[in-house]
Structures are given as structure tokens and as C-alpha cells.
Write a new protein. Structure first.
Length: 452
């Protein structure tokens, strides 16, 4: 196998001329906390797109530059207080997009190296694009595109849209008008209120903290350095089988995924003591709740919720699924998933008043989360790219930050459901994560998992 760096940077992108795009904007609570979590670990994510064909390096560079111009007007600069950001117009920056082109006989080893590198390398302090790009051109006339993004600025849905724009640029399809940035949550989401003063919010946040203190969080078991390590299921999981399993349990695939992860976490040979609840966090994309809906613009438009069920090794799996299903439906009916943004906004205020050592020690235990889950179906969003066989596969990986010990991402692409994990090297072994993925996959297939 050979790997050759063809080009490492693209020329600065000329942004749209609207002055309002370059004024200071407030970050929402999730973005504020993500910036603070970066104090201890990079908080990056990577989307991996496997494509048919190997475009020329210049063609890839041009497609990426044009797509970024449509989705983000300029490099991002965060304020010193880390509560605001603005994009810089061309006259105020000379920041190139980082685009690297590689050639290889096959992409597996190169992909693994790049994932490890990009999830563990922070973005530049100061003005910088919240993206890095890698394209791996393979000898079998396929290519792999890696979109690396800074999670404090960008979410998975907007990155999916950015990837689609790149693919359409490669097919020389016309682009519509520039999208720019998503606007403020409070003005765009119906019924989404700030919750009043921090004093009024304190009781709800305190209840969340007390509940979290009864939840299990794995403690370090291996020596530093603490690195993010990725893993992928080794066998294909048919979407039809997962849907059939969910129907047989009168639930959704998301409920089966949550219940299977809860069950799988009990395989980890680590003490629980009195903290026998397992906290599972999952984000909710609330872009479609805006008026009009914000579907593609850059920025974080997320709610979220955490389910904390007690360890239940003897509970039948069908019963466990129904418990998760009932709790999730209640949360969605009440709209309480929108509270998450307010909670993390309050916690960013507390974070700024603690010393660094206090945040390192207390931060992970204020609201312990055993695992974070993200479930995304790209089939409708990327229907044209799948239909014309330009897009062959789609994988997602994300760093977990200081609060979450591991992330599990499920991505539906075509007829397959891909399971990927990212974990802290000081907390879990690769073998444990492989067992967790195998357990979840067996449950999604309607099979009895092997005893570990």
C-alpha cells in the first residue's frame, strides 16, 4: 500500500457579501459547553463517504471549496468568553481550507490512521474553518471522502447536507443560493423559551444533577494518554431485519437500539456500587420545528434527553424495549427534550466559575452518561446519490468529550445499517467495544446474543 499527499490546502473561499453574516452571534448552550469540554479533549466528528470513481485532485478541491462557500460564509472566530462567535469576511482572514488528497491501494488502513489522527487533533485556536477534509483515491476506482468537523460549530445533520453538496458539485449539478448560518434557537423554534433567569432554571438543573449522581460512570482502568479509539461492525446489518425486529417488539428501531445498548453496557466488568442506573443520552434534531424549517444551514439545532434505567440483567429484552419505548414517547409528547439546551447553558455558567481542576474532577460526575447514541437515516436525504450509485456507503464517528465515556452511532445507508463506536482508551478495551457492538447487532437482528 502506498499513500501520497497530493495537496494539503485550498485557497480561501470568497464568502457571500451580506454584512450581517459577519457580526457577533450568541452560541446556544450546547455549543458553549462543547467549547468548554474542548479544554480537556478535542471534540471533533468525522463523516466517511465511500464513493464510486476517483475524481482528479483539482476537481475534489473545487467541489469542496464551492460546497463550503454555500454552507458557511467564512472561518469562525470565538469570543474570549466563549459565548459568542462570528464568521470572518475575506478581507479579515487568510485561512485556507485544509484539504488533503491521498492515493492508496486500498483505503482500510489509511482510513483507520486518519480517523485516529483527526479525532485526537484539536482544531486551531483562533480564527479557523471548522472543517478538515481528506480524500483517499483507491486503485479499484473508488474513493473515500472524510469530512472532519468541529462539533462546537457544526452538527451531524448540517454535515450530511454539506457532504451532499460536495457530491453534487462533483456531478456538476447547479447549486442553489448560499445557505449561511442557522439562526437563534429561541426565535426559530415554536414554544422554545429561554426558561427565564438562571435562578428559575436552577431547580430543574439540580434535579438533573441529583438523578445523574445516582447513575453509573466507568472510572479509568488504564494509564494515560487518553485517546479516542474507533470501531466498526465487521458484518453487514440489513435494515429490513432491524425493522422486522422492531415491528415484532411493537417499537421503533431507536427503542431497540437504546434497549440493546443498555443491556450491552452491563457486559462491562466494572463495579457499580450504589450507582446502578445506566444513563443513555440521545440527541434530537429540532431543525424541522423552526418556522420555516431549517434543514441544511450550518450550526447546532439540537435538543436531547437522557434515559436512566436501573441495571436489569434478568429483565426480558422485550420488556426492556417497552420500557424505553414508553419513556421516549412521553418525552417526545411533552417536548421536554428541548430542556437539554437550557440545562447545558446553565452548566456553562457554573463551569466558568470553577477552577480547571474542579471541572476536570467534578465535570464528568455532575451528570454521568454511560453512552451517547445517535441514529441517522440518510436514505431519503441522499436518495439521488444512492440511486445513481455515486454514494456506496456512509459511516459516522464522533469524539465523546469529557462527559460521555463512549458514543455509538447507527447510520442507515441503502439496505444496510452501520454501527460504529468511539471510546476513551483509558476506560474501555477494544475487545469490550467489539462485544458491545456484537451484542447490539444481535438484538437488532432479533437473535439471542452470545454469552460473554
Amino acid at each position: 500500500m502506498s499513500t501520497t499527499l497530493v495537496d494539503s490546502a485550498a485557497a480561501p473561499v470568497e464568502p457571500p457579501s451580506a454584512p450581517e453574516l459577519f457580526t457577533w452571534r450568541s452560541l446556544n448552550g450546547l455549543q458553549k459547553m462543547m467549547l468548554r469540554w474542548e479544554t480537556f479533549h478535542p471534540l471533533n466528528a468525522v463523516h466517511v463517504l465511500k464513493l464510486a470513481g476517483s475524481p482528479a485532485a483539482a476537481e475534489i478541491r473545487d467541489a469542496i471549496a464551492a460546497a463550503v462557500q454555500r454552507h458557511l460564509p467564512g472561518p469562525v472566530l470565538f469570543s474570549d468568553c466563549q459565548n459568542r462567535f462570528r464568521c470572518l469576511p475575506a478581507a479579515e482572514h487568510a485561512c485556507p481550507l485544509e484539504i488533503s488528497i491521498h492515493t492508496a491501494d486500498e483505503s482500510a488502513a489509511v482510513l483507520q490512521r486518519l480517523l485516529h489522527q483527526e479525532l485526537n487533533t484539536p482544531f486551531t485556536v483562533g480564527a479557523a474553518w471548522p472543517y478538515r477534509f481528506h480524500a483517499v483515491l483507491c486503485a479499484d476506482n473508488t474513493s473515500t471522502l472524510l469530512i472532519v468537523y468541529r462539533h462546537a460549530m457544526q452538527d451531524g445533520h448540517a454535515t450530511l447536507a454539506l457532504g451532499r453538496t460536495i457530491l453534487r458539485q462533483l456531478r456538476h449539478l447547479p447549486s442553489s443560493a448560499p445557505l449561511g448560518l442557522a439562526d437563534n434557537l429561541y426565535g426559530d423554534i415554536p414554544g422554545f423559551h429561554s426558561g427565564g433567569s438562571r435562578l428559575k432554571m436552577a431547580p430543574a438543573v439540580l434535579r438533573e444533577i441529583v438523578t445523574g449522581l445516582n447513575s453509573w460512570r466507568i472510572r479509568p482502568r488504564w494509564s494515560p494518554p487518553d485517546r479516542f479509539v474507533t470501531g466498526t461492525s465487521t458484518t453487514t446489518l440489513p435494515v429490513s431485519a432491524a425493522l422486522a425486529t422492531a415491528r415484532s417488539l411493537q417499537a421503533k428501531v431507536q427503542d431497540v437500539l437504546l434497549a440493546a445498548t443498555h443491556e450491552a453496557m452491563q457486559l462491562i466488568p466494572a463495579g457499580y456500587g450504589r450507582r446502578n442506573r445506566i444513563g443513555l443520552y440521545t440527541p434530537v434534531d429540532i431543525r424541522h420545528e423552526a418556522v420555516p424549517p431549517i434543514m441544511e444551514a450550518c450550526g447546532q439545532i439540537l435538543g436531547g434527553y437522557t434515559l436512566r434505567f436501573r441495571r436489569s440483567p434478568d429483565t426480558p429484552f422485550a420488556e426492556l424495549v417497552q420500557q424505553f419505548c414508553a419513556e421516549t414517547q412521553q418525552i417526545k409528547r411533552s417536548g421536554s427534550y428541548r430542556l437539554y439546551e437550557r440545562h447545558v447553558n446553565f452548566m456553562s455558567y457554573v463551569w466558568d466559575r470553577l477552577p480547571r481542576w474542579g471541572n476536570r474532577v467534578a465535570g464528568p460526575f455532575l451528570a454521568p452518561i454511560s453512552a451517547g447514541l445517535s441514529n441517522m437515516n440518510i436514505n431519503q436525504f441522499m436518495a439521488e446519490e444512492l440511486q445513481c450509485n455515486q454514494l456506496l456507503d456512509y459511516l459516522r464517528f464522533t469524539g465523546t468529550g469529557i462527559m460521555t465515556s463512549l458514543m455509538l452511532l447507527a447510520t442507515t445507508c441503502g439496505d444496510s445499517l452501520n454501527l460504529t463506536t468511539t471510546h476513551h482508551s483509558t476506560l474501555y478495551s477494544d475487545e469490550e467495544m467489539a462485544a458491545v457492538r456484537q451484542h447490539i447487532q444481535a438484538r437488532l437482528l432479533g437473535q439471542q446474543p452470545e454469552r460473554q
